[in-house]
Design a protein around this ligand. Structure first.
Ligand code: FAD
Ligand code: NAI
Length: 464
């Protein structure tokens, strides 16, 4: 009998298992694939960042080295090698999770898990079926890409992110349906490697859930790099004709447009994955959007069964899943953990990177909250000029009366790492003036955060 069984080994599941084991619980982890780590490590965060880094090196070699005074001739792409390196990074990372499971004495079952009843889990393995007994269960089964019913999805030319991470050639023309995180990250990879990239987006801006200033600046930069955008455009059909994919869509004026491409990436969001999990056998309810319904303690309607990560409500992010894994383990152990969902940062790993935490300007306006805004452009930063990364800005939103920071939005070099300053500041409820009175090393990109805070405090930025 296990104290806890975790179904799914993504960042939510494996972290929950480690924390349960640390707290002295006898823990089992079930994963249907042969490698641990879930979407994030196998076909998500890690492989996409490996390819983003490789393609960024190529882009710099091609377009920036000469300006730095480095002459290497015309750089060439060895695409199989780029993919091989990506595969090695994934494998090392997944092996690292196997090591952590052993270190924490967690029993790993490779097979498909499903509920027989509240306390019995069936595992269908390659060599037969086994049942285990458990006191508590954590559902961490993640998500899968959403497909549109009229799209002929052949996994070769009409693809999701999973196939886009393992192509055997650079697409000539990649049409991306959905200008969100996946589309823009993978579009950046192939755009840098020479593909023509066209984005078709339903809304009137890209990365529409982030602060509006971020989407506008990112679109400007990507356009400069050759991306084409069709906004407020609805795709009506996607068909493969021989070597070509034909995409039909209706633009903002209702006019039909036709785009021919070599590949079409569908990245319009992901859906919670609970297929064949046998939730009905345990009596676990889903909500109206197919997510496992949970309360404030991440417990389902059945006592002792919890759910975390992409399969429940909230942002579909690896670090959100991890926080929830720790939260549930500690709750089961009788502790009183806390997650501040408003302070989970969101990042887009394009170049420049985009990173956000807290309220967006749109959200504050909708709530009718009075706020001040301060911005600082990277073109005024000495560090950014030294590295030729002058696109982008830091934008800080602060309460009009108390000066408390309510949101921080950065598009620029290393924004993904810099946003941590915003998270810490907001967790400790710092005011914009607090940050502007702290010493930031010179020359660093983070000085731009201090300058944006000065701008938000009393319009006192020093370098613009
Ligand atoms: P998952 O990682 O999806 O793991 C669920 C696991 O459960 C899977 O391994 C699955 O096989 C297993 N499983 C499902 N059902 C069963 C069953 N019945 N029995 C046994 N096993 C089962 N997030 C970030 O924060 N940063 C990023 O940079 C980032 N990049 C991404 C890039 C791409 C291309 C994609 C697709 C996603 C990216 N994400 C990123 C999102 C991130 O991958 C997810 O938010 C995260 O993986 C969710 O973790 P999870 O543990 O909830 O589920
Ligand atoms: P997304 O939600 O980020 O973007 C989907 C986009 O598609 C939106 O802009 C939406 O308006 C648009 N869209 C929806 N339906 C459409 C239609 N019919 N036609 C045209 N456009 C349409 O989803 P995405 O990019 O698929 O990513 C899925 C999840 O994976 C995200 O929620 C994200 O949290 C996670 N992820 C996170 C990453 C990161 O943290 N860096 C990287 C990649 C994925």
């Amino acid at each position: 009998m296990y104290d806890v069984t975790v179904i799914g080994s993504g960042p939510g599941g494996y972290v929950a298992a480690i924390r349960c084991a640390q707290l002295g619980m006898k823990t089992a982890l079930i994963e249907k694939y042969n490698t641990l780590g879930g979407t994030c490590l196998n076909v998500g965060c890690i492989p996409s960042k490996a390819l983003l880094d490789s393609s960024e090196h190529f882009h710099k070699a091609k377009h920036e080295f000469a300006t730095h005074g480095i002459e290497i001739g015309e750089p060439k792409i060895n695409f199989p090698q780029m993919m091989k390196r990506k595969g090695e990074v994934v494998q090392q990372t997944c092996d690292g999770i196997e090591y952590l499971m052993k270190k924490n004495k967690i029993d790993v079952y490779k097979g498909f898990g499903s509920f027989v009843d509240k306390n019995t889990i069936k595992i269908e393995k390659e060599d037969g079926t086994e049942e285990i007994k458990t006191d508590k269960t954590i559902i961490a089964t993640g998500s899968k890409p959403i497909m549109l019913p009229f799209i002929e999805f052949d996994k070769k030319r009409v693809i999701t992110s999973t196939e886009a991470l393992s192509l055997d050639e650079v697409p000539e023309h990649l049409v991306i349906i959905g200008g969100g995180v996946i589309g823009l990250e993978l579009g950046s990879v192939y755009g840098r490697l020479g593909a023509q990239v066209t984005v078709v987006e339903f809304m009137d801006g890209i990365i529409p859930t982030m602060d509006v200033a971020m989407g506008k600046e990112l679109q400007r930069v990507l356009k400069k790099e050759g991306f084409k955008f069709h906004l407020k455009t609805k795709v009506t059909s996607v068909k493969t004709e021989g070597e070509e994919v034909v995409i039909k869509a209706e633009d903002k004026k209702g006019k039909e447009i036709e785009i021919k491409a070599s590949h079409c990436l569908v990245s319009i969001g992901r859906r919670p994955y609970t297929d064949k999990l046998g939730l009905e056998n345990a009596g676990v309810k889903l909500d109206d959007r197919g997510r496992v319904e949970v309360d404030g303690h991440l417990q389902t309607n059945v006592e002792g069964i919890y759910a975390i990560g992409d399969v429940v409500k909230g942002a579909m992010l690896a670090h959100k899943a991890e926080e929830e894994g720790v939260f549930v383990a500690e709750s089961i152990a009788g502790q009183k953990p806390h997650i501040n969902y408003k302070l989970i940062p969101g990042v887009v790993y394009t170049w420049p990177e985009v990173a956000s935490v807290g309220y967006t300007e749109q959200e504050l306006k909708e709530e009718g909250r009075k706020f001040k805004s301060g911005a600082f452009p990277f073109k005024a930063s000495g560090r950014a000029r030294a590295s030729m990364d002058t696109d982008g800005l830091v934008k800080v939103l602060a309460d009009a009366e108390t000066d408390e920071i309510l949101g921080m939005h950065i598009i620029g070099p290393r924004a993904a790492d810099m946003i941590a300053e915003g998270v810490v500041a907001m967790e400790y409820r710092a005011s914009a003036e607090d940050i502007s009175r702290m010493s930031h090393a010179h020359p660093t990109y983070t000085e731009s955060i201090k300058e944006a805070c000065l701008a938000a405090t009393e319009d006192r930025a020093l370098h613009i």
